[in-house]
Write a new protein. Structure first.
Length: 169
């Protein structure tokens, strides 16, 4: 199985707006540049992983929007909200969801830090620790020879935002 992990694109600040109170974290939308980047990430992913079988997103707006823009690059791919990808979600819940797919599937997960780095570390080492850093817009591919299991994944590639932008050419 191939598991592509994507940190959501740039989102609005959570600070106070002109009308007063803070915007709830779950409602923060992508910025214009974040939407542009998410579309680019979709095009790059379509080149690197042309056969995506499923795409799961955190239910928070910024991750859901990132996933929806990536999904547009693939025919018949609809993002699935996965509560386990929400902040402070469950790596075991993500793994349980991954087991719903065949061992030769390619799936994309869109979520948040620091949870995604911990998830990647757990999938690769079996320890719930960050061994890579996923800055905003970063994408990595973790590959499994069989069904995914903690400690059995291999990092195939990791792209920072600037590298994704460089691949648009």
């Amino acid at each position: 199985m191939q598991v592509v992990i994507v940190r959501h694109a740039k989102a609005e600040d959570a600070g106070t707006g002109p009308d007063g109170p803070r915007r709830p974290d779950a409602e923060r939308a992508l910025t214009s540049s974040g939407r542009q980047y998410a579309r680019l990430a979709g095009r790059v992913l379509d080149r690197l992983c042309p056969g995506v079988d499923a795409l799961a997103v955190s239910p928070l707006r910024r991750a859901a929007e990132t996933g929806a823009l990536i999904a547009r690059q693939y025919k018949r791919l609809e993002p699935v909200p996965l509560p386990a990808l929400a902040p402070a979600g469950s790596a075991r819940g993500v793994l349980k969801w991954l087991h719903e797919f065949p061992e030769d599937a390619t799936v994309v997960l869109v979520g948040h830090e620091p949870d995604l780095s911990r998830l990647a570390g757990w999938l690769m080492t079996g320890a719930a620790e960050s061994v890579i850093e996923l800055k905003k817009g970063a994408i990595c591919l973790i590959e499994f020879r069989a069904a995914p299991a903690a400690g059995h994944g291999s990092l195939r590639w990791l792209l920072a935002l600037a590298q994704v932008r460089a691949l648009r050419r």
